[in-house]
Design a protein around this ligand. Sequence first.
Ligand code: CMP
Length: 141
Amino acid sequence: MAVERTLSIIKPDAVAKNVIGKIISRFEDNGLKIAAARMQLLSQSEAEGFYAVHRERPFFGDLVKFMISGPVMIMALEGEDAILKNRALMGATDPRKAEPGTIRADFAESIDANAVHGSDAPETAAVEIAYFFPSLSVYSR
Ligand code: CMP
């Protein structure tokens, strides 16, 4: 298995619930390291640019509005098989469909306020890491 990096965002709902530490513990307890981290209130254009692939989707406006409603914790996670591991830890996008014990099952309320974002493939991880951490390589050295 390859050592990978992936982008993770703890969304405004989870930050407001004061569960940043609990979510980061899930990553650390499962062999993922924080390679970079920054807490930030995104601007509208930053959120729109990040989610540009969803621009034509009906939920795009609400998604951007939600993502700028409060600070987010942006991280690059690193570890063996980090992209898939992070997605397994997060659970399904819709928390009602997320497996028990996953981050979204335990901390999320709805498909919009779904606690975390994680890159879904190596290509998106590279683009998303470069978007928020331009000086960080997608590969660990
Ligand atoms: P995320 O993994 O951050 O990627 C896009 C986000 O859009 C997703 O999590 C959800 O929070 C949000 N979203 C809202 N409605 C939908 C939908 N019908 N399908 C997928 N994502 C949705």
